[in-house]
Design a protein around this ligand. Structure first.
Ligand SMILES: Cc1cc2nc3c(=O)[nH]c(=O)nc-3n(C[C@H](O)[C@H](O)[C@H](O)COP(=O)(O)O)c2cc1C
Length: 351
């Protein structure tokens, strides 16, 4: 499914030079590639983690209903499990589960671990109305998300890393304290907070980094019980990463939509590299096409995914320079045409 066209236009984050400067002094201990259903699938994870030195990437959510997921399906969703849980560049892939049945989630998590998973994430952040009683809607039921988190934690060996990913609330950020109380179960290793409510979906104006700060542990409050928090939402370059660090005080960040226009994102956020040039991003696009073909993706779907990739790069980074090319590219039907267009564009860019 090509989802990029459904995304709202990103609004430029208002940067405050004082916050950016302050955030640059906050060390960034971990950077994660976000789970993105229909986008960050195995071929995408292979390619992006080759260029971006992420501390970990995540599987798309695996929907668990009343029965645990069969081993075969887990391997299909997360082929990294056949390679010690890692992409070919050595980046660990965390297995993300979404569901409302604590027992089925726990058994599925155990199966993933048996297959080689080193880390599991529970999704209480998906806002989709098409996911029946799962994802962010469960934030309305703190007892249930507590039960699921506690049951999965209890089932897993303590050496297995367990995180929980969620939003600020269903309707309002005022729900966050109750949610954190529910999921900050002893033994949970990380809380990943997408700084929007379910109601906000992905709207730029819904972004609320300061809300994360309200639950961060400090001298007076220990709501998170020392569990590290990962900030997520609209981190897209060095400056936004610094401002997010300054506002939230989180030393861990997760990047989703902006990851494709800047495949070397972790190095950029850490200030060790400039963001990749457009010509290099076009090379990565082609590399992605080749990877999709290796995974047996038919030509038509490969073309759709290439358009999706370039759509994200266009929308979240290169709008001024890429838009006319992107619209031409969208009319291409075959991989031969795609390769020719990418090559011509690179020549035009002097690369
Ligand atoms: C197309 C799409 C698919 C997503 N799929 C998932 C998913 O499977 N699991 C999940 O926890 N979050 C999912 N998300 C949310 C992202 O992981 C992330 O929380 C969100 O995009 C905000 O981060 P960003 O501003 O860096 O993109 C998805 C987001 C998008 C746009």
């Amino acid at each position: 499914m090509v989802t990029v066209t459904q995304m709202p236009e990103p609004k430029a984050l208002e940067l405050d030079p004082n916050l950016v400067a302050a955030g640059a002094n906050v060390p960034l201990s971990r950077v994660y590639l976000a789970p993105m259903e229909g986008v960050c699938d195995p071929p995408m994870r292979q390619v992006i983690t080759r260029h971006g030195h992420y501390d970990e990437c995540f599987s798309e959510f695996i929907r668990v209903t009343t029965e645990p997921i069969p081993y075969k399906s887990l391997l299909r969703e997360v082929p990294e499990l056949e390679h010690d849980g890692k992409t070919d560049s050595g980046c660990l892939c965390r297995v993300q589960l979404l569901g409302d049945n604590a027992e089925a989630m726990a058994v599925t998590a155990l199966r993933a671990v048996e297959l080689g998973a080193k880390s599991i994430d529970l999704n209480f952040g998906c806002p989709s109305r098409f996911v029946h009683h799962g994802g962010a809607i469960l934030l309305k039921e703190p007892e249930l998300i507590h039960e699921i988190t506690a049951r999965v934690r209890e089932a897993l060996d303590p050496a297995i890393f367990l995180s929980v990913k969620f939003r600020l609330g269903v309707m309002s950020a005022s729900e966050l304290t109750t949610i954190v109380n529910a999921v900050a179960v002893p033994g949970v290793n990380e809380l990943i907070i997408h700084a929007r409510t379910r109601k906000d979906l992905y709207k730029a104006e819904g972004l609320n980094w300061p809300a994360i700060t309200t639950v961060m542990d400090d001298e007076t409050s220990g709501l998170c019980h020392g569990i590290p928090v990962v900030a997520n939402g609209d981190v897209s370059d060095f400056a936004s990463s610094c401002q997010c660090r300054a506002v939230t005080r989180c030393q861990r960040q997760m990047v989703g939509r902006a990851a494709f226009g800047t495949p070397n994102m972790p190095q950029v956020l850490r200030g060790s590299e400039d963001a990749m040039s457009l010509a290099s991003v076009l090379d990565v696009a082609w590399e992605f096409g080749v990877e999709l073909q290796k995974f047996g993706c038919p030509e038509k779907s490969t073309m759709d995914r290439l358009k999706q990739f370039l759509g994200y790069a266009n929308k979240y980074r290169f709008k001024e320079v890429l838009a006319p090319f992107f619209y031409t590219f969208c009319r291409a039907q075959t991989l031969v045409e795609a390769q020719q267009l990418l090559s011509t564009k690179k020549t035009e860019l002097g690369a």
